[in-house]
Design a protein around this ligand. Sequence first.
Ligand code: CA
Length: 482
Amino acid sequence: MSRPNIVFMMSDDHAAHAISAYGSRLNETPHIDRIADEGVRLDKVFCTNSICTPSRASILTGTYSHVNGACSIYSELDYRVPTYSQVLQDSGYQTAIFGKWHLGTTQKANPRGFDDWRIFPGQGDYIDPLMYGPAGEGVVEGYASNIITDLGLEWLGARDTTRPFCLMVHHKAPHRPWVPDEKHRDLYPVGSIPEPETMWDDHASRSHVVQDVGMTIADHLIETDVKEPTPDELLGEENTQARASWKYQRYMRDYLQTIQSVDDNVGRVLDWLDDEGLTENTIVVYTSDQGFFLGDHGWFDKRLMFEESLSMPVVIRWPAEISPRSRCEAIITNVDFAATFLDMCGLDPDEALPENQGRSFRPLLRGEEVQDWPTSMYYRYWEHDDPEHHAPAHYGVRTQTHKYIVYYNDGLGSPGSSDRVLPTEYELYDLVNDPAELTNVVDDPAYKAVREDLENELLRLQNVYGDEPYQGPDTPRLNWSV
Ligand code: CA
């Protein structure tokens, strides 16, 4: 069979628990579900740094943030390591990317390895967005999710049909501030959306820096997020729960409405492939750059290593090779994507990408047992104390059964509490007995041996990936207070 095509659709901040194929209690996503029904649903894919720019850099390069240099949202992709798109283009693929890039807006950070591209500056706008590309810049009228798909389908329609293609359709939805298309304004009305079971998590056993994050539904969703001022009777500490419930309904209404547009447009792409007779040998991927808190633990946003933020939804259809309704439970990361795509296209990832740190999970998708497949993953969030989210830098390890996290702090404290010197803090969660991660058992004597194993595993992974444990305030780091 000829080399496969790739259609890689990625949204922004779309949590798996807002996809019906993953058992969402909140919404219906029939077209994303179709990919899972006709292909494979991956249940343990994790980002290695839960924020937009770094995840995108890891996906393109097959490397961790400390290797590709894109550690934070202010990083630019500087191509110190190559991308899988460059490799595909060099090997004869037609390549294009449309939509959110978010890997820098300077000339040197422009997409490379693409025959055509048109992207938003930064996050971009939902309605009548400015876009730029090799042919210049201009406002494109319409709704972003539709526009991005239009551009992709137009490009496909004009392609050379004798060569394979790799198209990246990168939605900006459902990123904050969640501006829906008018046509979905009636969906998921206020008052109809169930609250998550962990909404009232008191965080009693967690680290101080986690208790202090600026990501709460009650106090950190602002008027532009919920689209109307909070009523006076809901202000004040005594009304925190009622205010959280009020904001949650408005936040989730808009979040879910924007997802509906993404799902509609996934459907348009699938229909196009059917109409063109390209379904059999086109690899179709739907994913998100990371997960998101949907009121879980009382939060919105991402960054932290908890499951809702760490997990990436990934569904893949490739009828030529993947059986319908397959499932994959192996631990996979966004660093593995580049190697997998190159492998699927008949290229050796380690030869094509010399710095590659990922591994092709193609055999797992065929249902093959891979005896030495990794049973743990390494995570590192580099930003520290950004003034808005107050999220602490941390690293950790997740296995099939446990998660161990180190918030290395260093005595700088958090904004608003800068007089407090914080020591390094640790968390350990038993994912078998406490899958919602409500109880930090790091100091529980019953977990002493588990903790030692995880500490060793963390060090081992840092060594494998060429990262280092935090060495104190003189270590180079991304610190927002200096
Ligand atoms: Ca994102």
